[in-house]
Design a protein around this ligand. Structure first.
Ligand code: GP9
Ligand code: MN
Length: 628
């Protein structure tokens, strides 16, 4: 009896299943994707499926001959993409991105070693393709072609859509804001799958390419005028006060200003910082200005004196732009520049972005000895990270500019028992409770670090700048926070909670508390002026925190702003003295300025406008500069 056609396996199903399983096997054997629980394993398993169903499903509209051809070619292309990722991963421990494909330095590294990276057994990556080709050739009995009705096709795509949503839903619960924040490639691949990840990457890329293509240098003229008008000359006494000194810049994870000089359960939260402040400059009206890019946004602000974007992380979306960042400027001034962070180098796309910022070296995970004992929560503990880093500092050419990114005080604020120097707070909010002991732990790590710098003779030759990267306690925890602070958390108080500490230690100077209103955007000109480097012709939105006649002003990324005596947030103008809403007119003079700053800065990033800027010509230069 003849087998009815519908009972035969279709080439579409065979190709989909083969590639699906192959992708999962490749995930498990060729990439180092960390799986923390069974939900993540399920996500990983199903994530290639919806994409493959869509892509092979297109062939359901084709006649037999075309369908075979399409399935075979598509299967080959997808296999090749997977294989390219495997090879790239062997070398760079990272997934491919479109900008990376065009980054010639990366590719030439890879090119020279490609023969060493590929071996005969790699043919296995094409095993399914070979099986498919053989099946099509010998036409076994169990395989067949049939025409699909509209209903069949509809059902097929509905199932594909359902799987895609199921995947996204699970991913969203595991990693909230996965797509809007785009933090880590490994996480993206783990959650949406390698193929969807490439589509997403292509989407981001084409969006920013289009915006870039439409921009021209004439747009810079207005921005340049604005920036010139806001430029503040440095204070004579501070300009060059740290000339030739090393710079040790420390980003303190999730450290808000409210912990400084405060106690919990009767114990100091930051005993070391409270002391250190006494012989440093301490800015107690200093705000973080980050958006969704969190730590990476703070780095962006600090190095470029530009605002991050309102959506996504500029470290991911515009890493190929032209910048004039602090490391690049310092390289030209004889400094060695390095960033140190004991985490996966691709997190926040740092490995790529750091090249655009001009960093000469990135000390990341492989540069540290990380063990089970010296790790907690997100990874290596701060004490060990900072201690091991001193060795790196010693080996660097001098003077150096070094940036440290701490990690232990990161949500969900996990800590080993032996590192608990103070007890948690006692509200019914675990996050808030646990925040205090991890801040205290970080404080201890900083104390030991400074001690080691002294022991190694690095302290006297270095300026140390500490800043909080962004908030640690979000508005979801207002209840416990109001219990701790003993006041209601109004929108006004929420804005005040965006203060982070900024501490500048200059050897030989006593320092003092400075209460000018400022933000992370002001750090670049502040540092450069201390080192005796002029910033007159830089496009900086911030200004030197030591300058006389500073305008007390900070804009947050959500458009809120703070002046000497006003806070403007959620369309309401508050009087700082009382914390109560006041006449909107008194905020009015600054509204335009806040809006302009954010818009101008966004324009620079979206249009990649700094590529048109001729720094040597400065403000008197003519626009547009021709692009090399
Ligand atoms: C990761 C670290 C933390 O490398 O910088 O990132 P965050 O979640 O704070 O942005
Ligand atoms: Mn952070």
């Amino acid at each position: 009896m003849k087998t009815p056609k519908w009972s035969k396996a279709s080439i579409v199903a065979i190709a989909t299943i083969l590639l699906w399983l192959k992708t999962y096997i490749a995930y498990k054997t060729s990439f180092d994707i960390k799986i923390e629980n069974w939900r993540q394993e399920i996500i990983l398993f199903i994530n290639p499926l919806s994409f493959l169903m869509f892509i092979f499903g297109i062939s359901l509209f084709m006649k037999e001959k075309n369908q075979k051809r399409y399935v075979l070619i598509t299967s080959f292309i997808i296999s090749a993409v997977l294989f390219a990722n495997v090879v790239f991963y062997r070398f760079f421990n990272d997934f491919l991105t479109i900008p990376v494909l065009f980054q010639t330095s990366n590719m030439s590294d890879l090119g020279s070693s490609v023969t060493e990276l590929i071996n005969f057994s790699d043919l296995l990556y094409f095993a399914d393709f070979i099986i498919l080709a053989v099946l099509l050739k010998i036409k076994p009995k169990f395989m067949g072609y049939r025409e699909y009705s509209k209903v069949d096709r509809r059902a097929f795509f509905l199932v594909a859509i359902a799987i895609a949503f199921f995947n996204l839903g699970m991913a969203e619960t595991e990693r909230p804001q996965l797509l809007t924040r785009t933090f880590d490639r490994e996480m993206l691949v783990k959650n949406i799958g390698t193929y969807n990840y490439h589509l997403y990457d292509a989407f981001l890329q084409s969006k920013s390419s289009a915006q870039r293509a439409m921009a021209d240098g004439s747009e810079l003229a207005d921005i340049d005028n604005y920036v010139r008008a806001n430029y503040l000359p440095p204070d004579d006494k501070m300009f060059g006060a740290a000339k030739g000194k090393n710079v040790i810049l420390i980003s303190m994870e999730s450290t808000q200003n409210f912990v400084i000089n405060q106690k919990v359960n009767g114990q100091e939260i930051t005993p070391f910082l409270n002391d250190f402040i006494k012989d440093s400059y301490y800015f107690d009206n200093f705000y973080h200005q980050t958006g969704q890019g969190k730590t990476s946004d703070s780095e962006f602000l600090v190095e470029n004196s530009l605002y991050p974007l309102s959506r996504g992380a500029v470290f991911f979306t515009h890493s190929g732009n032209e910048f004039t960042a602090t490391p690049e400027i310092l390289n030209k001034n004889g400094y060695y520049t390095a960033s140190l962070h004991a985490n996966n180098k691709s997190f926040w796309n740092r490995d790529i972005m750091y090249q655009s910022l001009g960093y000469q070296r990135f000390y990341s995970l492989p540069d540290y000895e990380v063990t089970e004992e010296n790790s907690v929560g997100w990874g290596m503990k701060d004490v060990d990270f900072l201690q091991q880093s001193v060795q790196h500092l010693k080996e660097m050419p001098k003077p150096f500019y070094s940036k440290f990114i701490t990690l232990t005080n990161h949500f969900p604020f996990e800590l080993s028992e032996e590192d608990r120097f103070i007890q948690p707070y006692t509200s019914d909010d675990k996050t808030v409770n646990n925040y205090f002991p991890t801040v205290r732990y970080q404080d201890e790590a900083l104390k030991l670090f400074v001690q080691k710098l002294k022991d190694e003779g690095l302290y006297e030759d270095s300026i140390i700048i500490l800043y909080g990267d962004h908030y640690g306690i979000s508005e979801n925890h207002n209840k416990a926070m109001s219990e701790y602070l003993g006041k209601e958390i109004t929108p006004f108080e929420s804005t005040q909670l965006q203060k982070v500490p900024l501490i500048v230690h200059i050897p030989g100077q006593k320092g003092k508390t400075i209460s000018t209103v400022g933000g992370q955007i002001d750090i670049k000109p502040t540092i450069l002026h201390l080192l005796g480097i002029d910033t007159k012709s830089d496009i900086d939105f911030g200004s030197d925190l030591f300058s006389k006649d500073r305008l007390d002003f900070a804009v947050l990324r959500d458009g809120s702003f703070i002046t000497k005596d006003r806070v403007f947030t959620r369309e309401t103008c508050y009087d700082k003295a009382t914390g109560e809403p006041t006449d909107k007119n008194s905020c009015e003079p600054y509204m335009e300025k806040a809006k302009n700053e954010l818009e101008y800065s966004d324009k620079i990033i979206y249009g990649d406008l700094l590529r048109f800027y001729d720094k040597s010509a400065g403000s008197k230069g003519s626009f547009p500069k021709s692009e090399e």
